[in-house]
Design a protein around this ligand. Sequence first.
Ligand SMILES: [Zn+2]
Length: 99
Amino acid sequence: MGNASKIVAFAEARGLAPKKEFWGLRWSAICPNSKGKHRLRLFPRKETWQCQECKKKGDETELKHWIWVLDQERLSTFMKETESGDMSKETMAWWMGRY
Ligand SMILES: [Zn+2]
């Protein structure tokens, strides 16, 4: 697709569905902490991102780390729900989409 931006390419690879806004000066992507309910902003020129709703921002490394932290949290929820035998639809959907 020829994305010049690493941060946009990264969002694409993680399934965050980046979309161009303002002629590519800014992009938006699904916030990994939003369960699909809000989007964060990507700034390709600076290779940074920002989520106003979550009050989080940073560069590609920080986005990678944040996604990892969120994944670990959801993994521990998954473990607990598996043990209790009462898995929520949301956890199930996350698990199915994980690989
Ligand atoms: Zn967010």
